[in-house]
Every structure is written in structure tokens, then in C-alpha cells.
Write a protein that binds this ligand. Structure first.
Ligand SMILES: NC(=O)C1=CN([C@@H]2O[C@H](COP(=O)(O)OP(=O)(O)OC[C@H]3O[C@@H](n4cnc5c(N)ncnc54)[C@H](O)[C@@H]3O)[C@@H](O)[C@H]2O)C=CC1
Ligand SMILES: CC(=O)C(=O)O
Length: 350
């Protein structure tokens, strides 16, 4: 296969072809050394990896994107298909290779490679299959991009974020799991739909495991800055706990539903991961519910566990965890979610 595509403008005999079209101006200076070349690598060119890559391209997030997959023909096909959209997209160099050298100098490495759930299968069930892949994927990423932020998407994402942290030797702020950033978007969509408002005006978090034991933080939901539960109480609007529980159940079942209908999920995680990449690369310091080293927060003890908490992200990865108020019931559910992940983690043997 063609290992990567060069966009050099040198023609036969070393002539700079661009000069056939543009006459150089006088007294030029080299590009400013403060203008950084930004690069994102996406490992795994399947449904999820390609949805992330295409969202990154359409949103003009970086100068270069590198794709890696174990299947060379599929990889080549995906690279060419994206390159053929060049006339409609912001200019981004797209490279692809089965060789991790293509990822050299990445700012962010997004890992999506691995097995996905079959209909009805839980995310945690994927652990052993994806653990062995991570042992081949993480070391070369560290070798070629030792200063990068690792953004883990493959499932079970919380356990694999822990695995990536262990295998990379990176400080914990530079290893982030996409976690419940997606679940929280589903949650905001369902609340917005229920209240007939815009999902972007709904602030609401799902925390804990990206999976069946996730926790909905009802106490901190606000719409347009107005706390949801207190406004319902003040206006004496009866709300049923059962209705709230039903919305959370729908969030948990969302992935199972989409997988049973189309075989996989891709578009929403594409936007979710791209929004995380934007915040990190552009040092936006936005708060996202993502999988971080959670030991010591909200009474979580007993092991090094990654799970989602609302965290502030920036150029160096995780800048801090927001001191969000949890009711005792929510904190108890969060600790129970941590135990579920730790239980699976204890079977890892790493
Ligand atoms: N965290 C989240 O919110 C979400 C996570 N996922 C997870 O993302 C993962 C990928 O899902 P899909 O893209 O739908 O699966 P897919 O089967 O379409 O793609 C997986 C890709 O990984 C590649 N791959 C396998 N071994 C590799 C290796 N050693 N090196 C490089 N590439 C390798 C395969 O060739 C394939 O192209 C799954 O684990 C899935 O559960 C999916 C949706 C949301
Ligand atoms: C598959 C998966 O993890 C999701 O769509 O939430």
C-alpha cells in the first residue's frame, strides 16, 4: 500500500511547481516560529475512528491528521476517500499508515481501535480482547509522540483509559477517556426534548462508568442557568422520580438501541471526541465529563480507577476536577460505579 501521501510541490528536476502559479513576493521572512503545526492521530479507522476524523476535518481543528489501522486496504481506501473531499474542506494534510511512525509529533492520539459490542453485549465484556490490542498500540504512540495527550475511546473506555495510563507511563493528566461526554450529550438531548428547549441550554452531567452503572446528577441540572429541580419545586410542578429515572434509563439503553438498529454507534461519538480534541488542542479550558483518575474524589478509595467526573480540559490535558455538589445518594451511586469498574480491572493482570 501507499504508506503515506506526500503533498510536496516539487516537480521533476526539483522545480517548485507552486512557482508556476504564484510569483514569490520580495523580502519574505520564514513562517513565525510561534505558529505551531498541530497534529491529531486517530488509531482505528473503523466506524468510530472515521466519524471522529471526518468531524475533525470539517471543524478545521488541526493542520495534519494521521490514521493508523491494522487493515492496510481499508486504511488506504478511507484515506483516499477523505482526501478526495479536499475541495470542500479546510486544508488539512491527511496521512495514513499501518506503521506508527506516521503518528510522529502528534498533539493528541485518539484510540478507537478494537472490538465493538455485538447487539446486547455489554461494554465491559470487550475488556480482554481490547486489552491485548492496547499492548501493541500504546507503546509506539508513546515512542513517537512522548508529549501527546492520549484520548481513549475504545471500550470499555474507563478500564482501557487506566490500561493506557499504566502502559504509557504518562502523568495522569495526559491520559483521558471520552467517558460520559457522550452519555451527557444523550442526557441533555432527552431532557431538552422533554422540556422542548435547546440541548445547548441544558447543563447536565452523567458521571461514573461509561456504561450500565453510570450516574445521573439530577441535583446539578440547570436550563438557561436556572436549577431544574428547584424551579419545579418552586412552581409546584409535580415531577415524578420515576420520570427522571426513565430518562436516565433511556441514556443507558441508548447505545444498545442504536447498536441493535444499525450495528454500531458512530456520529455522536464522532462529535463528542472532536469536541474534546478542540478543547484540548485550543486550550479552551471547558468542562467536560470525561474519564480521569478519580481516586480521592467524592470518597472514591480503594484503588486507582478512571471514571467520568466533570473536568476542566486544556492544552496539557486534565487541568482539574470541578467541585460539583453531589447528594449523598449520587455520591453513593458514584462509589458503586467505581467498584464495578475496579472489579473488572482486578481481572486485568497488568
Ligand atoms: N467511548 C465511546 O463512547 C464509544 C466507544 N466505542 C468503541 O470504539 C471501538 C471501535 O468501534 P467501531 O469503530 O465501531 O469498530 P470497528 O470494528 O468499525 O473498527 C475498529 C477498527 O479497529 C481496527 N483495529 C483492530 N486492531 C487494531 C490494531 N491492533 N491496530 C490498529 N487498528 C486496529 C480494525 O481494523 C477496525 O478498522 C469499540 O471498542 C467500541 O465499543 C464506540 C462508540 C462509542
Ligand atoms: C458504543 C458506545 O459505547 C456508545 O455508543 O455509547
Amino acid at each position: 500500500m501507499q504508506k503515506s501521501v506526500s503533498t510536496s510541490s516539487l516537480g521533476p528536476g526539483g522545480l517548485d511547481l507552486s512557482q508556476a502559479f504564484f510569483k514569490p513576493i520580495c523580502d519574505t521572512a520564514p513562517p513565525s516560529p510561534t505558529k505551531r503545526h498541530t497534529k491529531i492521530s486517530v488509531i482505528g479507522a473503523g466506524n468510530v475512528g472515521m466519524a471522529i476524523a471526518q468531524t475533525i476535518l470539517t471543524q478545521d481543528l488541526c493542520d495534519e491528521i494521521a490514521l493508523v489501522d491494522a487493515k492496510p486496504e481499508k486504511l488506504q481506501g478511507e484515506m483516499l476517500d477523505l482526501q478526495h473531499a479536499a475541495a470542500f474542506l479546510p486544508r488539512t494534510k491527511i496521512k495514513a499508515s499501518v506503521d506508527y511512525a506516521v503518528t510522529v509529533g502528534s498533539d493528541i492520539c485518539i484510540v478507537t481501535a478494537g472490538a465493538r459490542q455485538i447487539p446486547g453485549e455489554s461494554r465491559l465484556n470487550l475488556m480482554q480482547r481490547n486489552l491485548s490490542l492496547f499492548k501493541c498500540i500504546i507503546p509506539p504512540l508513546v515512542k513517537y509522540s512522548p508529549d501527546s495527550v492520549l484520548l481513549i475511546v475504545s471500550n470499555p473506555v474507563d478500564v482501557l483509559t487506566y490500561v493506557a495510563w499504566k502502559l504509557s507511563g504518562f502523568p495522569s493528566n495526559r491520559v483521558v477517556g471520552s467517558g460520559t461526554n457522550l452519555d451527557s450529550s444523550r442526557f441533555r438531548f432527552l431532557i431538552a426534548d422533554h422540556l422542548d428547549v435547546n440541548a445547548q441550554d441544558v447543563q447536565a452531567y452523567i458521571v461514573g462508568e461509561h456504561g450500565d452503572s453510570s450516574v445521573a446528577l439530577w441535583s446539578s441540572i440547570s436550563v438557561g442557568g436556572v436549577p431544574l429541580l428547584s424551579i419545579l419545586e418552586r412552581k409546584q410542578i409535580a415531577y415524578e422520580k420515576a420520570t427522571l429515572e426513565k430518562i436516565h434509563r433511556e441514556v443507558v439503553e441508548s447505545a444498545y438501541e442504536v447498536i441493535s438498529l444499525k450495528g454500531y454507534t458512530s456520529w455522536a461519538i464522532g462529535y463528542s471526541a472532536a469536541s474534546l480534541a478542540r478543547t484540548i488542542l485550543r486550550d479552551q479550558r471547558r468542562v467536560h465529563p470525561v474519564s480521569v483518575l478519580a481516586k480521592g474524589f467524592h470518597g472514591i478509595r480503594g484503588g486507582e480507577v478512571f471514571l467520568s467526573l466533570p473536568a476542566q480540559l486544556g492544552r496539557s490535558g486534565v487541568l482539574g476536577v470541578i467541585n460539583v455538589h453531589l447528594t449523598e445518594e449520587e455520591a453513593e451511586r458514584l462509589r458503586s460505579s467505581a467498584e464495578t469498574i475496579l472489579e473488572v480491572q482486578s481481572q486485568l493482570g497488568i
